[in-house]
Design a protein around this ligand. Structure first.
Ligand SMILES: *Cc1c(COP(=O)(O)O)cnc(C)c1O
Length: 397
């Protein structure tokens, strides 16, 4: 059994805070500060440029990628780190489209995160080959997988509602129609069990600053199924994805396997923080994490529904159809979220009316859930949200 008291002790959480926003930015793993200090002083400070070889900076994107791979059902050498998730979406989609040159439709859903859709639009413009981004309701996806579809591009867990797609079934349907799949695991990696190999996924991407606690701006990852890894031609053909970067050849030659999805110089400091954050997972069984996420979520939903009749559950009621977050609709959700934050219970708000709560068993327990539900009830039933101070919108909601 996973010891969740032990994992909670591995995080720095500010005094008096219940943190229900680990689905947006994970908290600081205690080991990360020390590790970064070590890399800054002992490696950057002392080794200077020799750190690329002596401290293994150059291999870090693949080494850390292997650690992520263990959490998402990928084998060593199939995942590489770098850039941001938006960039990785672009790369994966471009690679997948190039493998289906006779088709023009990218199928996605309206629950997808806007940046994924924006990147697809930009790629379509750059290609100039008349591709179409077809966005349908999440429940319509399966029915819309036709033989026009080149790529099915979905985020497995909806960032607003937490609705979970059936990755294995949709991948199977896509393959049956001759299409490829790009899965965005932004709200899956570290949140729910993922097995890319079993699901037969072609490409997968994700960020590491949410449920993986890698820190603000932590590098993203990309997975390429081994059957495609040596066939794809990178759209972003940077020198570190070249077969021999230090030969400085004038023409691009793609590197071996997923390493060709590297672009430029890796973010060494950010990778060090992420590497330390991944140590937390060493003693964690994903099945235990999932069971505890579901039980904490059920506890939260029952308590909130019993005490706050003005809130409507926006997440699927069936825990099997939900990721690791719970969302409620409330017209004054923005102000209510600000009032919650002012009382040390941190969730977030997504327009137009979603109050979102990440349920992260690594550092949340029953006491936290009960306090969050009780504080929410006080705010709703005392109309504490109805205060101009809570209505001013900040740039980041
Ligand atoms: C968080 C998130 C992003 C953010 O992309 P960045 O490039 O890291 O800013 C993109 N897509 C999805 C599905 C997300 O949940």
């Amino acid at each position: 059994m996973t010891d969740f008291t032990a994992t909670k002790a591995m995080f720095h959480l500010p005094e008096g805070v219940v943190y229900l926003d680990g689905n947006s930015l994970g908290p600081l793993p205690r080991a990360a500060s020390h590790r970064m200090q070590q890399v800054i002083e002992d490696e950057w400070g002392e080794m200077l440029i020799t750190g690329w070889n002596r401290a293994g900076w150059m291999e870090a994107p693949l080494r850390v990628g292997d650690r992520i791979g263990r959490l998402i059902g990928a084998e060593p050498g199939q995942v590489v780190m770098g850039d941001t998730l938006s960039i990785k979406v672009y790369q994966a989609l471009a690679a997948a489209l190039a493998l289906r040159p006779d088709r023009r439709v990218i199928l996605s859903d309206s629950g997808n995160f806007p940046s994924d859709l924006y990147m697809a639009e930009g790629l379509i413009r750059a290609l100039g080959q008349g591709h179409e981004l077809r966005v349908v309701a999440p429940g319509e996806v399966a029915a819309q997988i036709t033989d026009e579809v080149a790529v099915l591009m979905l985020t497995e867990v909806d960032y607003r509602t937490g609705r979970l797609h059936d990755m294995a079934a949709l991948t199977k349907a896509a393959h049956a129609a001759g299409a490829l799949t790009v899965w965005d695991l932004a709200h899956s990696a570290g949140a729910v069990p993922v097995n890319l190999a079993d699901a037969g996924a072609d490409f997968a991407v994700g960020c590491t600053y949410k449920f993986l606690n890698g820190g603000p701006g932590a590098p993203a990852f990309i997975y390429v199924a081994p059957r495609h890894a040596d066939a794809v031609q990178p759209a972003l053909s940077g020198w570190l994805g070249h077969a021999a970067p230090f030969d400085f050849e004038p023409r691009y030659r793609a590197g071996a396997g997923v390493a060709r999805m590297r672009v430029g110089t890796p973010p060494v400091l950010a990778l060090a923080a992420l590497d330390a954050a991944l140590d937390v997972w060493e003693g964690v069984a994903m099945a235990d994490l999932r069971a505890r996420s579901q039980s904490l979520s059920e506890r939260f939903i029952s308590a909130v529904e019993a005490a706050c009749p003005d809130l409507t559950l926006a997440s699927p009621r069936d825990p099997e159809c939900r990721g690791s977050q719970v969302s409620f609709r409330f017209a004054e959700g923005y102000a209510a979220t600000q009032a919650l934050i002012a009382r040390g219970v941190i969730g977030d708000f997504r327009a137009p009316d979603i109050m979102r709560f990440g349920i992260t068993p690594l550092y949340l327990d029953e006491g936290d859930i009960d306090r969050a539900a009780q504080t929410l009830a006080e705010i709703l039933n005392g109309r504490i949200w109805d205060d101009p101070a809570y209505r001013t919108r900040a740039a980041v909601t």
